[in-house]
Design a protein around this ligand. Structure first.
Ligand code: HXC
Length: 520
């Protein structure tokens, strides 16, 4: 091997020295403190996230934007590590905020490192993954810091729907800083060590006198159970990083591509006999819809998104014969599977995410209607429910709807009926499609007859049975072409796979517009 001359050796040594300093970030003591807090360092996180040896660092030697208040302050790596690497062989761009350097605070040059990789991700059509652990705007940089945030937020919006953007919250994420993750496609949080809020406990106490801790105000459980801000919560950094890899496996590189196909040994025509035990015709017996989903999809693997928020609707990713599919399903075990404000928001957002990234949608329907209630009306269920209708109609990916049991009223439409743009609608023999359940319907339509009958109870029973006969089955809707086929439950997997296969080349031309105006 040729030895470089002395002069060159010195230059190389200097470069190595500088690089080592950057790689040490805020130094060993601060790294120790970081680990004691149960967190990995910024670089350890990148190493665990990416395929071994695939990380290519960029903007390594960027330094902070100098000003009077920053004089004499060192910020090796400028508080964020940025670059590209691969996950499962697929290129991603990543930034990892380094809390050991000025609390990972965001200044102008720190932001420029982040926007650099965001731009490269957009140009090359690859996902962006942000590992957030920052004390927010760098106080010493004032308005420059705010401008840095602005440059990131702008790109979050402009690249939204072009390339997947995934945010992990692995430490503080406070103030206006929360709006960058909030504009990305997914937020994953670590329990106990991360939090997100607009104003912290101190400010809240002084303004409203409410007393809260960081965790009870904006921890992972709060945002995955109460607010719906975050999508998934995990115990510890490593679990979050694994979660990102899993999630990414269902997504394409960009809106120009389709999601990767994962080989499976699960037969296309595997019979779903288990469904006969799970779902009975008795409308009063709720069943676990997640079990139905697991029975249908490849290897029983279902990545549920927001599993602990708005539990009356289930959304998530799975595969059918290796192809990614987004599933939206009512959950008859929660509020009778009715739709409310949060469920509408959750489903609408999920549908749009699937549509951005060319993921076909399977909708499983067992819905009693929109949840009645003054609070729902005052809260704007009209506006929120409209999001769901809008999102389904707008989505141009292949869409299959399967009615498993009841499908009533406006919710029948909100769960992607034929008229709302479903490409194919199936029903099981247990399905009933009507404006409302037979009992309620008879009470309204035949109120006079029941009241005037000699034996009102018997008359009522007779009229309920009559209404059931007329509407409470899938065949009336099937006879009118609203349902394409009533299928045997045990044959469902095969039918779904073949139908999605049929729809693979689907294209839908929409009228010219700048963008639609979804009721937000
Ligand atoms: C510069 C900061 C900083 C900041 C912390 N540091 N916050 N430096 N700008 N915003 C530095 C500290 O001086 C310290 O430096 C190191 O980071 C670690 O901070 P500690 O306080 O020692 O850490 P810890 O005890 O773990 O507390 C973490 C914390 C706290 C709760 C996040 O640091 C904190 O409250 N920071 C201020 C948060 C804040 O108000 N940020 C602005 C939010 S408003 P040394 O050298 O000692 O290691 C905002 C607006 C965004 O972000 C607007 C966008 C539109």
């Amino acid at each position: 091997m040729t030895q470089p001359n002395i002069e060159l050796q010195e230059l190389i040594a200097k470069m190595e020295q500088r690089r080592s300093k950057v790689e040490l970030g805020g130094g060993e003591d601060r790294q120790k403190k970081q680990r004691e807090g149960g967190k990995l360092t910024a670089r350890e996180r990148i190493e665990k996230l990416l395929d071994h040896g695939s990380f290519l660092e960029l903007s390594t030697f960027v330094e902070h934007g100098r000003n009077r208040l920053m004089e004499g302050i060192e910020a090796p790596g400028e508080g964020v590590v940025t670059g590209r690497g691969t996950i499962d062989g697929r290129q991603v761009f990543v930034f990892s905020q380094d809390f050991t350097v000025l609390g990972g605070s965001l200044g102008k040059m720190n932001a420029s490192k982040v926007t650099k990789i965001m731009d490269l991700a957009a140009k090359t059509g690859c996902p962006v993954i942000g590992l957030n652990d920052s004390a927010g705007a760098r106080i010493q940089e004032g308005v420059d810091s705010l401008s840095g945030y602005g440059e990131i937020f702008y790109r979050n919006a402009i690249y939204s729907g072009a390339v997947p953007q995934i945010s992990a919250i692995l430490g503080p994420c406070a103030g206006g800083a929360v709006y960058s993750p909030a504009m990305t496609d997914f937020i994953l949080m670590s329990r106990g060590s991360s939090y997100m809020f607009i104003t912290g406990p101190e400010v809240i106490k002084s303004v409203t006198r409410e007393e809260v801790t960081f965790d009870t105000l904006g921890g992972a459980d709060v945002h995955t159970r109460k607010s719906g801000v975050a999508h998934l919560a995990y115990d510890g950094d490593e679990a979050v990083l694994e979660g990102i890899k899993d999630l990414l496996s269902y997504l394409p590189q960009s809106a120009k591509e389709k999601p990767p196909v994962k080989e499976t040994s699960d037969p296309v025509d595997r019979r779903n006999d288990k469904l006969l035990e799970i779902v009975t015709p008795d409308q009063r017996k709720p069943y676990p819809m997640v079990d139905v989903i697991r029975e249908l999809v490849d290897d029983g693997t279902f990545l549920e998104i927001q599993p602990d928020w708005a539990k009356n609707i289930i959304v998530g990713y799975a595969r059918l014969n290796g192809q990614s599919v987004g599933i939206v399903a009512n959950n008859p075990k929660q509020m009778g599977g009715s739709l409310n404000i949060d469920a509408s928001d959750k489903a609408a957002r999920f549908i749009r995410t699937c549509d951005c990234y060319n993921i076909p949608i399977l909708t499983l329907v067992d819905v009693s209607g929109f949840l009645p209630g003054v609070q729902q009306e005052y809260g704007g269920i009209i506006r929120h429910g409209a999001k769901m209708l809008y999102a389904y109609a707008e989505a141009s990916v292949p869409k299959i709807t399967l009615i498993t049991r009841k499908s009533y009223g406006g919710a029948y439409l909100a769960m992607n009926s034929r008229d709302m743009g479903a490409d194919v609608v199936f029903a099981w023999p247990t399905a009933t499609v009507a404006v409302m359940g037979a009992e309620g319907a008879a009470n309204i339509v035949y109120r006079k007859e029941i009241k005037e009958a000699e034996n009102p109870a018997a008359k009522r029973a007779e009229l309920v049975a009559d209404y059931k006969d007329a509407f409470d089955n899938p065949y009336v809707a099937a006879a009118k072409g609203y349902i394409d086929d009533v299928i045997p439950m045990e044959d469902t997997r095969r039918v779904l796979i073949q139908t999605f296969e049929m729809l693979r080349g689907k294209e839908e031309v929409r009228p010219y517009k700048k963008h639609g105006n979804i009721p937000l």
